[in-house]
Design a protein around this ligand. Sequence first.
Ligand SMILES: [Fe+2]
Length: 159
Amino acid sequence: MRIASRIAANVPAKEGQFAATDGQVVAHLQKFLTAKYAIDAAYRSFGDRVRGPWRDAIVDHWHKHAEEERSQAYDLAMKIMGLGADPAQTSIVVPACEPTLSAFCRTLMEMELKAIENGRRLMALSGSNTSMKVLGENLVLMDTQHLDDLRRSLPTEES
Ligand SMILES: [Fe+2]
């Protein structure tokens, strides 16, 4: 964390203390950011592939989710920048998935569940840094709403 210590020498201390070292918090934020870019790309890619009479409604809805994922990714990137690190990303992977609405929903639900775990982990690392904890809470809340939406979109056996 050479960059962080150089910045820390020139700016006031950050708000609150983390429950872990800055390096651990930044490493988790980077991992979380990678997952956020991946789920943003997955909503767009799966939306481009979906077929059926409800296609346009699904595409619109998933684009809204993707925009929210992008907004959360930006918040995470700004936290990484604020801690003096570089939110560089080089490889975003959309999981392989069969081209059915059911498979798309299940794959996205798995990704949302992992994002919720990432948010809970961020909260655990936040210590007395209130803004980081609230960021984690907001991420968990929104990804839980995405998960609920996907549960409602999941086709039943009869449909
Ligand atoms: Fe989400």
